[in-house]
Design a protein around this ligand. Structure first.
Ligand SMILES: Cc1cc2nc3c(=O)[nH]c(=O)nc-3n(C[C@H](O)[C@H](O)[C@H](O)COP(=O)(O)OP(=O)(O)OC[C@H]3O[C@@H](n4cnc5c(N)ncnc54)[C@H](O)[C@@H]3O)c2cc1C
Length: 475
């Protein structure tokens, strides 16, 4: 792509965008991560059918020191599920089956202009369907599983890790439950915890994220087992209050109401407000979850929840395919005036009217004086409506009827757990590693925290720490 990058520039960027003070503890992990990423990508490509293709996402804070306008994001090229043979049925289905790859979704603004993408991609989609080609996360998982199977990795589905076996402070194995049977496994190199976050564990969520938890979007089996097992082995749990939180739309998935990351709430003629009727963030920037998680210092409760998306009739006319789904209970409220809408959703009416008027003034000029929506490269390069002038993400909110939709803080994954060193070894509170125990992915204390510093916020680190842990355990 003609991009010039370096480990030093990537590190400068990470340092510049990370929360104050985190360098004191995370610097060795950042360095180990940046060193391992290229090796991990090569290893995965060499050991599986996955081909990583670069896309044109900017860094979310591209203007900051070390940031790049594109070149640091990759996604898996399409793969056929048939290559898995009998294992193909084990792959979980995507919540929306549109087999476009990442670049195709974002580069052509398919959310704002579905006719355009249908014209451009209709044939390609039909071809992919005919060939059984899967894209994005599905392609990644198909490729990873195929790589494991081809290398003789034995995979036991419907099996639950229960307890670590600890002998003289060293982890030597794992007690598991498989189809009702309890089995002891001996681990020669080590046990790598990769059991995800604890977002489906109500007690842990109440402790670390007090406030509403709805439309959670990850596998419901992510109940914090790895964090619990690590703690029992003497690990130091850290960053337990960090999580990947996003704005989503509701979908029914495997019988549960879950959140599907939404890409429409920053289109023109829409804004997000809190109970005071006030905006609280640049809706278009990457880390909206940080604002959801802002808390009252006295009570610990979220400051900006419940939050609401507000649209007007112009939005409904331009993007009818994106209007909130009426069939979901309490998902769509409508009124002829903003005051009536505010009354329906218990939002301060004066605040809402004032905010819509101010937002509309910003939209006319194309400059969001409060939160800078549409000013950064990230805001302009992806999403938005390219047909809309002068700012592709700002449009007035003034034409009735007005619509409101709840904007829930959806957890895609918590990011706290056992603290690890640069080899992904789990550490005790005194900083010494627990022999034989590793952690990778959302189960570990994430060295970036809640804030997504790259366009794919977690998968890159998850893969990289898995690679680092495996390599060290084998050695
Ligand atoms: C809809 C959606 C879209 C996303 N999009 C992106 C994106 O574009 N880019 C990005 O970087 N990230 C994205 N993410 C986040 C990313 O998918 C996750 O952060 C990542 O998959 C976490 O990986 P993991 O391996 O740590 O855990 P998971 O993928 O959550 O896997 C954990 C696994 O451990 C299993 N498990 C739990 N307990 C036990 C036990 N006791 N015994 C055995 N197994 C157990 C669970 O069943 C689960 O299968 C998205 C997430 C969602 C939900």
């Amino acid at each position: 792509m003609g991009v010039t990058d370096s480990k030093e520039a990537a590190l400068d960027y990470i340092r510049a965008v990370s929360p104050d003070g985190w360098h004191n503890t995370e610097e060795p992990l950042w360095t180990a991560f940046v060193n391992a990423v290229p090796e991990m990508l090569k290893f995965v490509e060499a050991s599986s059918p996955i081909i990583f293709t670069p896309n044109r996402d900017p860094d979310p804070y591209a203007e900051i020191e070390g940031g790049l306008p594109f070149g640091r994001n990759v996604s898996a090229a399409p793969l056929r599920s048939a290559i898995l043979g009998q294992w193909r049925d084990k792959i979980r289905k995507p919540s929306v089956s549109i087999d476009l790859n990442y670049e195709e979704v974002f580069d052509n603004h398919f959310l704002s202009n579905p006719k355009k993408w249908a014209l451009r991609y209709g044939l390609l989609l039909a071809w992919r369907k005919f060939r059984g080609l899967k894209t994005k996360g599905n392609a990644l998982v198909i490729g990873l599983l195929k790589g494991c199977l081809d290398h003789g990795v034995e995979i036991w589905p419907e099996t639950s890790a229960k307890e670590l076996t600890i002998v003289d402070g060293k982890v030597t194995g794992l007690k598991i439950e498989r189809r009702g049977e309890s089995i002891d496994i001996t681990a020669s190199g080590g046990v790598i915890l990769a059991s995800g976050g604890f977002e489906w564990n109500p007690e842990m969520m109440a402790e670390y994220f007090p406030g509403p938890v709805e439309w959670t979007a990850s596998p419901p089996t992510n109940t914090g087992d790895g964090q619990r097992m690590a703690e029992a082995a003497g690990a130091h749990l850290d960053r337990m209050d960090q999580a990947l939180i996003m704005g989503t739309s509701p979908v029914m998935y495997e019988g549960l109401r879950q959140g599907l990351p939404a890409g429409d709430y920053f289109l023109p003629h829409s804004m997000i407000v809190n109970a005071k009727g006030k905006r609280f963030i640049n809706e278009k920037q990457m880390n909206i979850g940080l604002a959801f998680d802002e808390r009252d210092p006295d009570t610990g409760h979220p400051l900006n929840l419940p939050a609401w998306r507000i649209y007007d009739a112009q939005y409904a006319a331009k993007y009818p395919h994106l209007m909130p789904n009426k069939s979901v209970p309490d998902n769509r409220f409508q009124a002829a005036t903003l005051e009536d809408l505010a009354a329906q959703i218990s939002v301060d009416a004066e605040g809402l009217v004032e905010t819509a008027a101010r937002f509309s003034e910003f939209a006319r000029v194309g400059v969001d004086e409060d939160f800078g929506r549409g000013a950064a490269l990230w805001d302009r390069a992806r999403g938005g409506d390219p047909r809309h002038k002068p700012n592709p993400t700002l449009g007035t909110i003034e034409k009735p009827p007005f619509t409101a939709m709840p904007f829930k803080a959806s957890f895609l994954g918590t990011k706290g757990g056992p603290r690890t060193n640069e080899n992904a070894q789990v550490l005790r509170p005194d900083g010494t590693p627990i022999d034989g125990l590793y952690a990778a992915g959302n189960v570990m204390a994430n060295c970036f925290g809640s804030k997504g510093v790259g366009a794919g916020t977690t998968l890159g680190p998850c893969l990289t720490w898995g690679f680092v842990a495996g390599r060290h355990a084998v050695r």
